[in-house]
Write a protein that binds this ligand. Structure first.
Ligand code: HEM
Length: 381
């Protein structure tokens, strides 16, 4: 999409689509204005009512959003993140141990896929005995139909509804259990304890919140780690720089977020008429804003098409959005990616594409930017 973004930034950074009666926004400055202006750009963009996400905070505006966010923030504080760090190291090393001796792997299947799923499951307090079921449910819920025939879509919908109902029941059991025996750092205990302090966050909001964590956190983090390693295979000199100076790993994570942003586009709905960069935006119109285009805006990032470990403004990217909906899981995603890359760095000297390599991007969305599979040859140290 990047050459197209460049053209749009230059020719029509704020583009109206007559047929669909919606706007698209491509420049860094404009995208920032949209995400930071919650009074005119609403997040209640009409996700279908029956979907659990419609009851989660990503599709809410203040004051309800403010209230829920102030409670769930407690599950992602620096203290909580610190407490999970050793366990994330262990999970990472277990996954690396499983790859031992293999020369060619699908990096997404063996590593970048499972890591965030296992981490979030443990953070939600899911016992390892239930992990298999949990993985199956998440897999079904976030799958897409094999093809678009009516029959396939019907079967897929049925399986998805069933998995959603089972997962909901499962979460309800965990919530009931944690109310009786709360733990220290697992997310559900933290939310349940917040209830006791008198701030209401009833089960009605906890289940959609858990679903939101899976929806917003898993594929995105998989893409961040997968896109990073893909970039190292494509540009081995970057990986060599990390080997000579592992302190640069956090720079690589930020640059990867900017360069190949896992979420390329988000949307809002115009809440009331406004003039925006000389155009009249009307209440009810959808506004798509391209984080991926903002992150390559040459007015903000010098030589944006280059992956630069030493970029001075490397944290100015908008891969995690901005404003009141700024990604809640950003500290977790950053932590996982840093641990993953640092640990892989100790084990492998390089990644190479096999002779028959074919790029396999995640399908059909245009929203997510990442790989469905990534076959690599591993060079051991
Ligand atoms: C929100 C990106 C990982 C949980 C967002 C938003 C973006 C984003 C762009 C803003 C949405 C909007 O403004 O409408 C990413 C990326 C990730 C990542 C690129 C990985 C590299 C995670 C993880 C979690 C998470 C690991 C949790 C486990 C959330 C939640 C929200 C959110 C709960 C909604 C916040 C709110 O509405 O206040 N994320 N995310 N994300 N993300 Fe992430």
């Amino acid at each position: 999409p990047f050459p197209w973004y460049k053209k749009m930034r230059e020719e029509s950074p704020l583009l109206y689509n007559e047929e669909l009666d919606c706007w698209s926004v491509f420049s860094y400055e404009m995208v920032k204005r949209v995400v930071e202006n919650k009074d005119y750009f609403s997040s209640a963009t009409g996700v279908k009512k029956e979907q659990s996400l419609s009851r989660s905070m990503i599709t809410m505006d203040p004051p309800l959003h403010t209230k829920i966010r102030s409670i769930v923030n407690r599950a992602f504080t620096p203290r909580v993140m610190k407490a999970w760090e050793p366990r994330i190291h262990e999970i990472t090393n277990e996954l690396i141990a499983k790859m031992e001796g293999k020369r060619e792997i699908d990096f997404i299947e063996e590593f970048a896929g499972p890591l965030p799923v296992i981490v979030i499951a443990e953070m939600l307090g899911i016992q390892s005995t239930n992990m298999k079921k949990f993985k199956e449910w998440s897999h079904i819920i976030f799958s897409t139909p094999v093809d678009n025939s009516d029959e396939e879509v019907r079967i897929w919908k049925e399986a998805k509804l069933k998995a959603e109902a089972e997962l909901e029941e499962f979460f309800n059991e965990i919530i009931a259990d944690k109310r009786k025996n709360p733990g220290d750092n697992d997310i559900i205990s933290i939310l349940v304890k917040a209830n006791e302090v008198g701030e209401k966050l009833s089960g009605e909001y906890i289940v959609p919140f858990c679903n939101l964590l899976l929806a917003a956190g898993n594929e995105t983090t998989t893409s961040l780690i997968g896109n990073s390693i893909y970039t190292f295979a494509e540009q081995p000199e970057i990986y060599r720089s990390l080997q000579s100076n592992p302190l640069l790993v956090s720079h690589a994570v930020e640059e990867s977020l900017r360069f190949r942003s896992p979420v390329q586009v988000m949307r809002r709905i115009v809440k009331k008429d406004l003039e925006f960069y000389g155009q009249q935006l009307k209440e009810g119109q959808l506004v798509f804003f391209f984080l991926g285009a903002a992150n390559r805006d040459e007015r903000v990032f010098e030589n944006p098409e280059i992956f630069d470990l030493n970029r001075s403004n490397k944290r100015d990217h908008m891969a995690f959005g901005g404003g009141i909906h700024f990604c809640l899981g950003a500290p977790l995603a950053r932590l996982e990616a840093n641990i993953a890359i640092s640990s892989l760095l100790k084990k492998y000297s390089a990644y190479e594409f096999p002779l028959t390599f074919e790029l396999d991007p995640i399908p059909n969305s245009g929203v997510g930017y990442g790989l469905n599979s990534l076959n690599l040859l591993l060079k051991h140290r």
